[in-house]
Design a binder for this molecule. Structure first.
Ligand code: BGC
Length: 456
């Protein structure tokens, strides 16, 4: 039988042990995580699981990367393992299941593995490329056939020395804020998921089940600056995240932190303009690109949103992750200095690193490059830069492709599409000839290598 280690959060321990831990410490049964750091993650959560960690390299992604010319320069980087359907738990058609990944992590001598938990009922309500397998009302199956089996495997004492980072259900809760009610961006599918409560309750269930495992570190998805950086979305999204963290018997203490920019392309920092700049007396917030957003890049957004989340009730020691897998924007099109001070538009467009046509574009963006390599504690309040989206895996197919993965066709992945209300009716900026979401897209990987920044 498995003997459960004491449930002490390392973050609290940093400031002083709980009474329970102090008793165990006195009895010689508990090792103070402050004193011993990484040795004791089986006993207590550490403040930042990435600090001093050896992160698992997914051999399946690594093999794809290594098979590409030049791919060997990055094929030993850690990337996220996506549990994107029930069948992924056991493994699908020759691909590794959850236990196989965990076992391989142990044999690699890794002590941290990154999992993306992604199969809510009615998944991806504002897009079609990653529509899921479960219909909007099937919360019972999500809980019993997806979350429960994952939790049972993660709780195996064999894995108790692994720090298991779980990224919970990307895009879902932000969609409930920005794409519902009478907003022009609303979709019927997102309205349904708001009304039936299954995103909120599903996320709460996942957090409470997975958060009960002492070596699991839950990070909730917090979209990106080009999505919730506007005043209307910023506080409302933090409240929605707090609501979900308290649903289905969960509490905010089940949350170690948040991740921004998952599978997105927003630049980490924009060195050639700031939100406070103006041109001829006009603020850059009035430029077409910024369009009244409060943030121009991911790092400033992640740090500010962290504070908003604390204000919304999350513990003051939460940390942030930023997905830098595809936000490098290097290569020959990268600006070398600020844009011309002719107008706010020439200034912003001439100087911005993010070369997307519109900040709402998200599918297989042409011109993107690999971003910062994964690393721990890169900036204040940031637990790590991570490659949660495995670079080279498609965001969605450029044209409809029949499949049994529950994947739909989203025109935002078609390079000829002229857009919708969510990207201001701009061209999609997507690369042509892309395969289904999650499938290897060699052409994109080659471009990501060529446009990597920092360069490889
Ligand atoms: C897809 C998943 C895939 C993931 C990582 C998502 O867009 O829906 O199937 O595993 O991307 O590539």
């Amino acid at each position: 039988m498995r003997s459960d280690p004491p449930r002490v959060r390392g973050r609290r321990a940093r400031r002083g042990l709980t009474a329970a831990a102090a008793t165990l410490l006195a009895a010689g049964l508990f090792v103070n995580p402050v004193a011993r750091g990484a040795d004791v993650q089986a006993q207590a959560r550490v403040d930042n699981p990435y600090a001093g960690a050896k992160v698992y390299v997914n051999p399946e992604w690594s093999a794809h990367a290594a098979a590409e010319p030049g791919g060997g320069k990055v094929s030993n980087q850690p990337t996220g393992v996506w549990l994107d359907r029930i069948a992924a738990i056991q493994g699908t058609s020759g691909s590794m299941g959850l236990r196989a990944h965990l076992d391989r992590a142990l044999s690699q001598g890794a002590n941290l593995i990154q999992l993306v938990v992604y199969d809510l009922p009615g998944r991806d309500c504002a897009a079609l490329a990653s529509n899921g397998e479960l219909p909007p009302n099937d919360l019972p199956r999500y809980e019993s056939e997806f979350i429960d089996p994952i939790a049972a495997i993660l709780a195996d004492s064999k894995y108790s020395n692994l720090r298991i980072v779980t990224v919970i259900e990307i895009d879902s809760l932000p969609n409930l804020v920005t794409n519902t009610n009478s907003r022009p961006t609303a979709t019927a599918a997102c309205d349904t998921m708001l009304q039936n409560g299954n995103y909120v309750n599903g996320v709460g269930y996942a957090l409470s089940k997975l958060g009960a495992i002492p070596n699991v570190y839950n990070y909730l998805d917090a979209a990106h600056h080009g999505w919730i950086g506007w005043d209307d979305n910023f506080t409302a999204t933090a409240s929605m995240l707090a609501q979900a963290a308290r649903a289905s018997g969960s509490t905010v203490d089940n949350v170690t932190g948040f991740i921004t920019n998952t599978a997105n392309y927003s630049a980490l920092t924009e060195p050639y303009f700031t939100i406070n700049d103006s041109v001829n007396g006009t603020s850059v917030r009035q430029s077409k690109w910024v369009d009244w957003n409060r943030y121009v890049d991911e790092l400033s957004f992640a740090q500010a949103f962290r504070q908003q989340l604390v204000n919304a009730g999350f513990p003051s020691n939460i940390g942030m992750l930023i997905d830098t897998s595809r936000n490098g924007w290097g290569g020959s099109a990268r600006p070398a200095g600020p844009g011309a001070m002719t107008s706010v538009d020439t200034y912003v467009n001439g100087g911005r690193l993010d070369r997307r046509i519109h900040v709402g574009n998200w599918c297989n963006q042409s011109g993107a490059g690999l971003g910062e390599r994964p690393r721990a504690t890169p900036a204040s309040e940031i637990d790590a830069y991570v490659w949660m989206k495995p670079p080279g895996e498609s965001d969605g197919s450029s044209s409809p492709i029949p499949n049994n993965e529950g994947k739909g066709f989203d025109p935002m992945c078609d390079p000829t599409y002229t857009g919708n209300v969510r990207n201001g009716y701009n061209m999609s900026g997507a690369l042509p000839d892309a395969p289904l979401s999650g499938h290897w897209f060699s052409t994109q990987f080659q471009q990501l290598l060529a446009n990597a920044y920092p360069p490889l």
